[in-house]
Design a protein around this ligand. Structure first.
Ligand SMILES: Cc1ncc(COP(=O)(O)O)c(C=O)c1O
Ligand code: FES
Length: 457
């Protein structure tokens, strides 16, 4: 199996695992305990906090450990709306935000009588700053009612949530202008840096981000641990979600996930050392993948979802180096996936609980539902090789041609030899034959996991 789904999650780096194991074996003490065993674990936690803060460009004091970016987003949004005055409970969210942000924003608005408004994006997925500017103007209280909240929430904006890097298209947003606009009206700026963290430079404090969220498992750390990064002033406007032992200075009660936190720290340390090289390598691999696919399928068969680099018009990074979202014109993504058992990629919304709807991210960018349903996201990573890219490109091309040929056969207009996707046609294009044979989509899945004895009836 060739794994090209690193935006959904990454494998744990072997060095991260090595750093975590002692926390599961001998260093199991509770870091809140006042004995030497507890204190030595507490020191490891604080070292991890420093390493994560360094990579994020934040201060260690700003780091609050959580169970992931989802919890951090909920803490940030519920936490801010809980303390916001009734005439300042509007939340602005980018149209292509992750469900963790959108779901938390709607739930918090409903809970505290606020409202949520969506900031438009342009066709390439970049934020429409003029629209943000317009939305930031105060609304008369009792004015346009919110679609959801029980109370028409006018007044000021409490929070602006805009992501640094989009999980589906890789589209990047410069946080600086967003921060400046939010600050002008006294709103806090929440930036979801989950996909950017450890892949491109993130400078939370310097760019004026008040609140940021990230997850360890997107940077070769373990699942189930993340951070909220909250500036001093943001912490003053934050009320906790979880109550209990008062850990994390009262903002997130609960015994710390010490193996996870130490693993996250190790992942951050490794990322700091390698991310610049990794960006160059992964960028070359996504470029190669695109070139190969265009070579096999032709430029007309493929559209890129998201920003394209154009140094003359938009200098600088505009897309995550490892991410490539492509539409294969006329080839339903689910059908392509069914013909592609040996390559792990996502149809746009694959990690949204298997929802069968076209990707809301692509729809927000103005793509048609048909285009969204024909789109696949490729995300390469630290351990991806050039050989894997070659193999995957050929496999994807074969799968797309196969789907084209199935459509053509179904509509009865291509019943001749040499039709797309048949072995004759593939050989004509120079595509290597599928080592498994086209009609064998069940092979090459994850090996079956052994069931632990205790789980057997
Ligand atoms: C941009 C973005 N934000 C937030 C999350 C949520 O992270 P987690 O599932 O680790 O809480 C993800 C992960 O899918 C993501 O891609
Ligand atoms: S990448 Fe996060 S839900 Fe799809």
């Amino acid at each position: 199996m060739i794994y090209l789904d690193h935006n959904a999650t990454t494998p744990v780096d072997p060095e991260v695992l090595t750093a975590m194991l002692p926390l599961l074996r001998e260093h199991y003490a509770n870091p809140a305990s006042r004995h030497p065993a507890g204190e030595s674990v507490a020191r490891l936690v604080e070292a991890a906090r420093r390493d994560i803060a360094t990579l994020a460009g934040a201060r260690p004091r700003d780091i609050v450990f959580t169970s992931g970016a989802t919890e951090a987003a909920n803490l940030a949004i519920h936490g801010v709306l809980a303390t916001a005055p009734p005439d300042a409970r509007r939340v602005l969210v980018g149209a292509t935000e992750h469900p963790a942000i959108l779901g938390a924003a709607h739930a918090a608005a409903e809970r505290f009588g606020g409202s949520v408004q969506t900031i438009r994006v342009r066709p390439d997925g970049s934020l429409d700053l003029a629209h943000l500017r317009a939305l930031l103007r105060p609304l008369p209280v009792g004015g346009p009612a919110s679609a959801r909240g029980p109370m028409p929430a006018g007044g000021q904006v409490a929070l602006v949530a805009v992501m640094a890097a989009n999980n589906e298209t890789g589209a990047l947003t410069d946080p600086r202008p967003v921060a400046a606009f939010a600050q002008e009206v006294g709103a806090l700026f929440l930036c979801d840096v989950t996909q950017a963290f450890g892949r491109i430079p993130v400078a939370v404090a310097e760019t004026g981000i008040d609140l940021a969220v990230a997850s360890a498992h997107k940077v070769y750390g373990p699942k189930g641990v993340g951070v909220l990064i909250a500036s001093r002033s943001a912490r003053g406007r934050l009320s906790p979600l979880l109550h209990g032992g008062g850990q994390e200075r009262g903002l997130r009660s609960g015994t710390l996930n010490t193996p996870g936190i130490v693993g996250f720290g190790a992942a951050a340390r490794i990322a700091a050392a390698v991310f610049a090289d990794e960006a160059v390598r992964t960028r070359a691999q996504t470029d190669l993948l695109y070139d190969q696919l265009v070579g096999w399928l032709g430029a007309d068969a493929i559209e890129v979802n998201g920003p394209r680099e154009d140094a003359s018009r938009r200098p600088g990074l505009v897309r995550l180096p490892n991410t490539l979202s492509l539409r294969f014109v006329g080839a339903d993504a689910d059908a392509v996936l069914a013909c592609l058992p040996d390559v792990a990629v996502s149809a746009g919304s694959a990690c949204h609980g298997g929802a069968d709807e076209p990707s809301p991210v692509l729809l927000a960018m103005g793509r048609s539902a048909a285009a969204a349903r024909e789109s696949l996201r490729f995300s390469v990573g630290r351990f991806t090789t050039v050989d894997q890219i070659h193999t995957a490109a050929a496999a994807v091309a074969r799968a797309v041609l196969r789907v084209h040929s199935l459509h053509a056969t179904a509509s009865g207009d291509l019943a001749v030899s040499g039709q797309p996707g048949t072995s004759g046609e593939l050989a004509g294009r120079g595509l290597p034959p599928d080592p498994r044979g086209l009609a064998n989509p069940g092979n090459g899945q994850f090996p079956e996991l052994p069931v632990p004895r205790s789980a057997l009836p």
